[in-house]
Design a protein around this ligand. Structure first.
Ligand SMILES: *Cc1c(COP(=O)(O)O)cnc(C)c1O
Length: 362
């Protein structure tokens, strides 16, 4: 049997997504106990204590299926962000939502647009359904919105915008974004990926869900994996028109988000005080890392997220491996066509200092 012949051509063209190396793996490889991971843009402090204190109660109920409609979490999101629960769709991580959108709108005769150096999941989901991905060259490592408009083809159904973008940290300012949305033909869907919204909106003005009133072709996705510190639970969501949410619910598996995740997300939403602490730490530590990189002569890309990408001025896989041997896991950006760049997630103060220390050895 020749699997290659049987497999859908789009899927055959893919390579698996490469996640950051787990701490445990590195500790086993090196025989050490104190490795640090600054590779997956996780909240370094962890989930809110409110999540941890109350999760036991849910554990005892895990012989039951989760609430397939995620009613309570949708209500909490709607209330907090001033939208309707009927506009909210819960995903197993926001990657789940990104995949739903591709499956709903794209087939083999369609195309979708995303930027060069944009989040790696977009080409994966587009090609998996056999559609054509149009990658538009970036401008100074940011989305070139004008070029993205010009790249629209007859069969273009979908445009992805990551704002802030991972791994470049670039950000499209709100007025620029609105201007772009106004120019996109209304029969093209725009997925605005706001996985780092909490960080960006802490530092600047960012798009809220009320812009959906003006742009019914817009889907906004957000995540509990980054600022909320729930990456291991896998939970994210989108807010869209009710009509769009209805289609999202048709492709969503009945119990895509598990009961612990639903509960943790609901509790995390309640803890504003904790969130502000996390965001403040991120802002402060970003400055420490900027200064540290500067003083070692590295040029970095200013970031609106919880990570910084910087130019090593040589093949970054070498620096990556050296850091790895020193017990520090970061990300090298070869797969993002930025072969000289490393991305470091903003960690705890002591982790950031250790990273800067070890970087001197590379
Ligand atoms: C991390 C990330 C996501 C997805 O995160 P989930 O864990 O699936 O919610 C989506 N978009 C971008 C740009 C990201 O960096």
């Amino acid at each position: 049997m020749d699997l290659k012949k049987l497999v859908n051509k789009g899927v055959d063209s893919l390579s698996p997504y490469e996640p950051g190396k787990p701490i445990e793996d590195l500790e086993r490889d090196l025989g050490i106990k104190n490795a640090i991971k600054l590779a997956s843009n996780e909240n370094p402090i962890g989930p809110s204590p409110k999540v941890l204190q109350s999760i036991d109660a849910i554990l005892k109920e895990t012989h039951r299926y989760p609430d397939g409609n995620a009613t309570r979490l949708k209500d909490s999101i709607a209330k907090k962000f001033n939208t309707s629960p009927n506009q909210v769709t819960i995903g197993n991580g926001s990657n789940d939502i990104i995949e739903f959108i591709a499956r709903i709108f794209l087939g083999p005769d369609d195309s979708a647009i995303y930027s060069e150096h944009a989040f790696a999941v977009y080409p994966l989901v587009v090609r998996a359904v056999g559609a054509k991905g149009i990658e538009v060259p970036a401008k100074d490592f940011s989305h070139d919105l004008e070029a993205m408009l010009n790249a629209i083809e007859e069969n273009t159904k979908l445009i992805f915008i990551a704002n802030p973008n991972n791994p470049t940290g670039s950000f499209v300012e709100l007025d620029e974004l609105i201007d772009f949305l106004e120019k996109v033909p209304e029969d093209i869907i725009i997925l605005l990926d706001q996985a780092y919204y909490d960080y960006s909106s802490f530092e600047t003005r960012d798009a809220d869900f009320d812009i959906l009133k003006k742009f019914p072709n817009l889907v906004m996705s957000r995540s509990f994996s980054k600022a909320y510190g729930l990456a291991g639970f896998r939970v994210g969501y989108s807010v869209s028109s009710e009509g769009m949410a209805n289609y999202l619910n048709r492709v969503r598996q009945p119990f895509n988000a598990n009961s612990l995740a639903l509960y943790a997300a609901e509790k995390a939403l309640e803890d504003d005080e904790y969130m502000i602490q996390c965001l403040q730490l991120n802002s402060d530590q970003k400055k420490v890392l900027y200064e540290g990189l500067n003083s070692q002569g590295y040029e970095y890309l200013p970031s609106r997220g919880n990570f910084i990408s910087f130019d090593c001025k040589k093949d970054s896989s070498e620096a990556y491996n050296k850091l790895l041997n020193e017990g520090v896991i970061v990300r090298s950006l070869g797969v993002y066509k930025m072969p000289n760049f490393l991305r470091v997630s903003i960690g705890l103060p002591e982790e950031n200092l250790l990273f800067l220390e070890k970087l001197k050895l590379t």
